[in-house]
Design a protein. Structure first.
Length: 326
């Protein structure tokens, strides 16, 4: 009787595990995305129902950027759109991720904007600059200063949330700001005489925007993530095709409530990468042309600015295997 009972119990437990496993497998992949052209582009695939066509059950959830990272860290998402540097920040606080796709790199949308009378980076010496300290805008500013023979000691930093930078520049509290679109564009409109004196186009690869996923989800749902990437490159082709670009821009602009003609400029400042363009960036190398090199620079920056204490294992955060398989 004991053997029979144990056998039955084992069978029941086994069946229960299979049911639970099946239910777990039936859960959709949840991806957080936010207001950056390289991530807003996902909306094209959502609206066209291309994920359904590809046979992958996925839900895209719209967030403010920082809130999307918080949701990922809380385990509410399996994937999220982040910069490569912010993936390290999120991982250092306990929510490790793997960057499996590089969507784009910023190609002008991130800007150092000088107020009236500031004609170039060298004019910033001794001036106040509004920037969100410890974030990617801070890194852009340091790069601008370095390339103009200056250091952070030559300026006075004022810690300002990025979404507040246009108003702070307009108020005259600072002489310059650092921000990304749409905040950078808003500042240029709001402050007569202001101008972009350094942008991410001056240092391509300083800011990569990626799809980062949890290692557990990647291991359990590798084929589904592969399908997500395939849809992504269908989206990129749709955006790049002159015949369909207008429709793509309209979809993206509608998602963020911006007129299509205005949103076209945001896309122009974002180098959305085809697979052929992206693959070289996923090879190991030093400097900004490699995701590895750029992420190492971000890690050094984060440690130096006490964003987190210990250096992160950069290689463990990057997995080019899905892109290579495509």
């Amino acid at each position: 009787m004991k053997t029979t009972f144990r056998t039955r119990l084992g069978s029941l437990l086994g069946a229960a595990c299979l049911v639970l496993s099946s239910l777990a497998g039936a859960e959709p992949l949840k991806i957080g995305y936010s207001d950056w052209p390289g991530w807003v582009a996902w909306e094209v695939g959502v609206e066209k129902q291309w994920f359904k066509e590809a046979g992958v059950d996925v839900e895209f959830e719209w967030f403010d950027y920082v809130a999307s990272m918080d949701a990922f860290a809380a385990g509410q998402l399996q994937g999220v759109g982040m910069t490569n540097g912010d993936a390290l920040v999120t991982g250092a606080t306990g929510a490790r991720s793997v960057m499996v796709l590089v969507n784009d790199y910023s190609d002008g949308n991130d800007m150092v904007i000088g107020g009236p009378g500031i004609a170039g980076v060298k004019d910033l010496k001794g001036k106040k600059i509004g920037v969100e300290i410890g974030f990617v805008s801070h890194l852009l500013l340091l790069d601008a200063l370095k390339n103009n023979g200056m250091t952070e000691a030559d300026v006075e930093l004022v810690n300002v949330p990025t979404n507040e930078t246009p108003q702070v520049l307009s108020s005259g509290q600072v002489d310059a700001i650092v921000a990304w679109q749409p905040n950078s564009g808003m500042a240029l409109k709001l402050v007569p005489g202001s101008k972009a004196i350094y942008t991410s186009a001056d240092q391509p690869g300083l800011i990569y925007d990626v799809l980062a996923v949890s290692p557990e989800s990647l291991a359990a749902n590798r084929e589904d993530w592969m399908k997500v990437l395939k849809v992504w490159y269908r989206i990129v082709a749709y955006i790049n095709d002159p015949k369909t670009r207008g429709d793509a821009v309209k979809i993206m602009a509608s998602r963020v409530g911006v007129p299509p003609e205005e949103y076209e400029a945001f896309i122009a400042g974002t180098k959305i990468l085809t697979l052929e363009e992206a693959l070289p960036h996923m090879k190991k190398g030093d400097g900004f042309k490699s995701m590895y090199g750029s992420t190492q620079i971000a890690d050094d920056f984060n440690v130096a600015n006490k964003v987190y204490e210990k250096p992160q294992p950069v290689d463990a955060y990057i997995d080019p295997s899905l892109m290579n398989a495509l």
